[in-house]
Design a binder for this molecule. Structure first.
Ligand code: ADP
Length: 712
């Protein structure tokens, strides 16, 4: 079991990507979890805190909620007081309009408009929204005199055909004693009055007309107009005929006043038509009687100013009916506020709460039956109301040491909802939130804590990230190394096999005596020497290198003349160079350059460079070996004019086993990728360095730099 576990373990750890996965799961996951938990604990703490303050301040929040709701209900209540006035109870239009014009505020908040609606939610004042628009065109119905039909016909004959007006009037009057419906009573009175007029009995006619307008003011005459209007018109004409100018004037002024104040609930067109007629008559009369009638004149101006105001109110009302009312009545219904009244908020186009209008509604209730008979609507400017609400909430919160924020529910942010209450006496409801003010010290503490925790978590993530990157790179490098090693083994075996094959081939030939001349034998022996040399060099390289890698290579440094070391390497290289057709030039300084080096190793380094120059020369057959000096260092350079080293390979060629991939040269020119690594080791082991300059297809120059003078 243990064994199989171990094989599994070995296999497992052999795959770097698996290690990476484990690492990620093992570190990132817990770190993420920790971060999340930290965040949640902050949140939880916040909730706990707000729970505490909820408990502590619930009472004040409730009180503030009650006060705010009371504030809005108070507006409704004060409107309700107005709706309780007699004018509204008796449904008396002129008085209602007077009230509307006279009511300028509710509870001290200025109102802009005030309207009265009836039971069917139709506007009645300042004008009838769906008034008797058709009544002027309605065909007047014949009165139904019932059992008295014959008698009436007889009297009408008497009056109009026989022209016995006095008898007719007598007859009409006697009919009045009977119990007749009001409509018939009114018709009788009208007949009687006109009879008196025909008889020139001014006094009786006047009295009868006055009675008619008084008792049957709202009753329609056969043509559909109320008797109040008809009677006054006839009365005025009567006064005209009698030359009683003052009385005629004041009767017409009464008529105008009634019309302006919607006394008879006429339609807008009827109203305008009549008003124009009567006003024309009045102004004619006034111009005729210049100077006198001061009282009438001042009443006239007064009426005109009232008319201007009602006109503007009517226009506003028309707007209101068209744009705001349909929506408002819908909301009132859905809130169930029709019977008890309420406050609606009307959005302003800007969305600024202070610009929102306020609509206050109160039912008009019949005190006897307690039934709703109509609706009173007041439109108020929002701003002063909002200011009052604001001060009220602020003051109350402040006295409890709290802060408050409030507004339309949909605009108040809910994420801090610790102590939140809604004000739903107004629709759409408002919301306010209470906060415990945080002291500077507390805020600083919270900030500091947030930064510390956040910073720590952030930092650990950064560290983990860096670790991951580093690890990835290490894995990458490891992979490359593994590849290089495999390639190295292949190269080495190839390099070993080639000379061995040659040696065994030559040995066989010599052994079996397969040669023709002695010359050939000599050649064979020379080749044998060359191949064995090659083998030895290769093996030495590998051995040297493994020593270097094991840290066992020790450089025997001594004071030496670099000139002679370079010369030696040059001499040793000659044979090989000649064999490959190369000319090698040597340049030495006149002085002797003395440095502290390991002679053998340095020679090997130079030879390695010469070897490379030969291998990578391409078609060129020239190599330059040079020794130069500066005050601080001695430089051995090996220059070729071959294929060069591509810039992107610059950093890699000194690595062990590394070889640039040459499509053409690879097989013909041997190498295992150790040469430059050895050179580098040798140079650095002696306190020197190796560098190069290269241009592809132009050639390469390697420089070995040795420090001079007292240091090493
Ligand atoms: P190798 O056994 O392949 O020569 P080295 O370590 O000596 O190994 O060289 C590494 C690589 O550097 C070579 O494969 C070759 O591509 C490149 N290189 C070395 N010297 C030269 C040079 N003088 N000109 C062009 N390329 C060179």
């Amino acid at each position: 079991l243990i064994k199989s576990f171990q094989t599994f373990k070995n296999k497992f750890w052999a795959s770097p990507s698996r290690v990476l996965i484990i690492f990620t799961i093992g570190i990132i996951l817990p770190a993420g979890l920790l971060g999340y938990l930290g965040f949640r604990s902050f949140q939880y703490e916040g909730i706990l805190l707000s729970k505490q303050s909820e408990q502590r301040y619930a009472a004040i929040a409730d009180l503030m909620q009650k006060n705010a709701n009371d504030f809005f209900s108070g507006l409704v209540d004060s409107l309700r007081v107005i709706s309780g006035f007699e004018a509204f109870q008796q449904w008396n239009s002129p008085e209602m309009i007077r009230r509307l014009l006279g009511t300028l505020d509710i509870k001290g908040f200025p109102i802009k408009e005030l309207y009265v609606f009836d039971e069917q939610d139709q506007m009645v004042v300042p004008f009838h929204s769906e008034s008797h628009e058709d009544s002027s065109t309605a065909i007047p119905k014949d009165l139904d005199w019932g059992p008295f039909t014959d008698e009436i016909h007889r009297l009408e004959r008497l009056e109009f055909v026989e022209r016995n007006v006095a008898e007719a009037v007598k007859g009409y009057s006697s009919l009045r004693i009977k119990t007749l419906p009001d409509r018939l009573q009114a018709a009788l009175l009208k007949n009687i009055a006109s009879g008196y007029r025909k008889m020139n009995d001014w006094r009786s006619a006047e009295a009868t007309y006055l009675e008619l307008t008084k008792r049957f003011d709202q009753f329609p005459d056969p043509a559909g107009y109320p008797m109040g209007i008809l009677g006054r018109q006839l009365l005025a004409e009567l006064y005209d005929a009698a030359g009683q100018n003052g009385k005629a004037l004041s009767t017409r002024l009464d008529l105008v006043e009634g019309l302006i104040l919607s006394r008879w609930g006429l339609s807008a067109s009827q109203q305008t038509l009549l008003l124009k007629q009567v006003k024309d008559a009045i102004s004619q009369q006034l111009t005729r009687s210049l100077g006198s009638n001061d009282g009438a004149r001042s009443r006239w101006t007064q009426l005109q100013s009232i008319q201007a105001r009602t006109d503007s109110l009517r226009r506003a009302a028309q707007d209101f009916l068209r744009s705001e009312w349909p929506e408002a009545i819908k909301r009132l219904r859905s809130q169930g506020w029709l019977d008890k009244g309420g406050v609606l908020l009307v959005d302003s186009p800007t969305g600024d709460l202070r610009e929102h209008e306020l609509m206050v509604f109160s039912p008009i209730v019949d005190p006897a039956t307690n039934r709703r008979e109509g609706l009173l609507v007041a439109i108020a400017n929002g701003e002063p109301v909002w200011k009052a609400v604001d001060t009220m909430l602020m003051n109350q919160a402040q006295s409890a040491g709290l802060k408050v924020g409030w507004g339309r529910s949909s605009f108040v942010p809910s994420w801090k909802a610790s102590l939140e209450r809604s004000i739903d006496a107004v629709n759409p409801p408002l919301t306010f939130q209470l906060f415990e003010p945080i002291s500077d010290a507390q805020r600083n503490f919270l900030h500091r804590r947030m930064w510390t925790y956040g910073g720590m978590i952030g930092l650990s993530f950064v560290v983990i990230l860096i670790g991951l990157i580093v690890m990835l790179q290490a894995i990458q490098r490891e992979k490359e190394n593994a590849n290089l090693k495999a390639e190295f083994v292949a190269n080495v075996s190839h390099e070993l096999r080639t000379p061995l094959a040659a040696i065994s081939y030559i040995g066989e030939k010599l052994n079996l005596g397969r040669y023709r001349t002695q010359e050939e034998v000599k050649e064979f022996y020379a080749m044998l020497g060359e191949e064995t040399n090659h083998l030895r060099e290769l093996i030495e390289d590998i051995l040297d290198f493994s020593k270097m890698m094991g840290g066992k290579k020790v450089y025997q440094r001594e004071t030496a003349q670099l000139n002679s070391v370079v010369q030696e390497a040059y001499d040793r290289f000659q044979t090989k160079a000649k064999a490959h057709g190369f000319t090698v030039s040597l340049e030495l300084p006149g002085e002797s350059v003395v440095v502290t080096i390991d002679r053998r190793a340095t020679g090997q380094a130079i030879l390695n460079l010469l070897d490379n120059a030969l291998k990578y020369s391409g078609d060129s057959r020239e190599i330059r070996l040079r020794l130069a000096v500066s005050p601080t260092e001695a430089i051995v350079s090996v220059q070729d004019f071959g294929i060069g080293i591509p810039p992107h390979e610059k950093d890699k060629i000194f690595e062990k086993f590394y070889r640039v991939q040459h499509a053409l040269t690879r097989d013909t020119l041997g190498g295992v990728g150790l040469g430059l690594a050895i050179v580098k080791h040798i140079m650095e082991g002696q306190g020197g360095s190796v560098t190069f300059a290269s241009e592809t297809q132009r050639g390469t120059t390697f420089f070995l730099k040795f420090p001079r003078g007292g240091y090493s």
